[in-house]
Write a protein that binds this ligand. Structure first.
Ligand SMILES: O=P(O)(O)OC[C@H]1O[C@H](OP(=O)(O)OP(=O)(O)O)[C@H](O)[C@@H]1O
Ligand SMILES: O=c1cc[nH]c(=O)[nH]1
Ligand SMILES: [Mg+2]
Length: 208
């Protein structure tokens, strides 16, 4: 599936704040949440709705409400936790799964260390949250684990992506939806995104 790049002036403005090495952790966290709100609006466009009767103070009318079971949001630890509050703000009844993955510094292979998914994944829309899509290894592994657990309708929401990561994910999982706030130029020789914003998890949690 085509990746959707939001390409929005508000995203560009906020991503510049995230990129700035002088941006302190408290602002980094807040701006990441603001970007998460924009991502949450955009990547939920395909959620189905059904008619619902509503009595306004003036008359009876027909509105729409979300159908299906509550969706699932799955932050990829650690950095994905930064996108969880805005997604829960807009999807307050969503179930939350957790997936712990870190990228081995030398091999760049994602190492799983924690997994806890809610039930009925096969019937729910699933949103994977991870601000960074670099080689695509972590996102691909997250999708793989969710599919093994039964998920069929999966969307990845990321802030920054490298072209290599988008290509890898599209190759490994052509059926998933990908939303990124911005597409960066390339990866460096340590597989960091350029120009990028550094290590999102470290900046978010002060572990630099
Ligand atoms: O596309 P990839 O090449 O797999 O890289 C992206 C992954 O790297 C970062 O996590 P990291 O391994 O730094 O863990 P952290 O969030 O705990 O810092 C990021 O949050 C992604 O999960
Ligand atoms: O640039 C990158 C690549 C992977 N993970 C990050 O946090 N940043
Ligand atoms: Mg990290």
């Amino acid at each position: 599936m085509e990746a959707t790049v939001l390409d929005h002036p508000l995203c560009d403005h906020k991503i510049s704040l995230l990129r700035d090495r002088k941006t302190p952790g408290i602002l980094f966290r807040r701006v990441l949440e603001e970007l998460g709100l924009i991502l949450a609006v955009e990547c939920t466009r395909h959620l189905p709705t059904e008619p619902v009767a509503v009595e306004t103070p003036l008359e009876r009318t027909q509105g729409r409400r979300l159908t299906s079971l509550d969706p699932v949001v799955v932050p990829v630890l650690r950095a994905g936790l930064g996108l969880l509050p805005p997604f829960l703000q807009l999807l307050p009844t969503a179930k939350v799964g957790h997936l712990g993955l870190y990228r081995d510094h030398d091999s760049l292979v994602p190492v799983p260390y924690y997994r806890n998914f809610p039930p009925l994944l096969d019937q729910r829309y699933v949103f994977i949250l991870d601000p960074m899509l670099a080689t695509g290894g972590s996102a691909s592994e997250a999708v793989r684990q969710l599919k093994v657990a039964g998920a069929e309708r999966i969307t990845l929401a990321s802030v920054l992506a490298a072209p290599e990561g988008v290509a890898r994910l599209q190759q490994d999982h052509p059926d998933i939806r990908i939303f990124v706030a911005a597409l960066d130029r390339e990866l460096n020789d340590k597989a960091y995104i350029l120009p990028g914003l550094g290590d999102a998890g470290d900046r978010l949690f002060g572990t630099l």
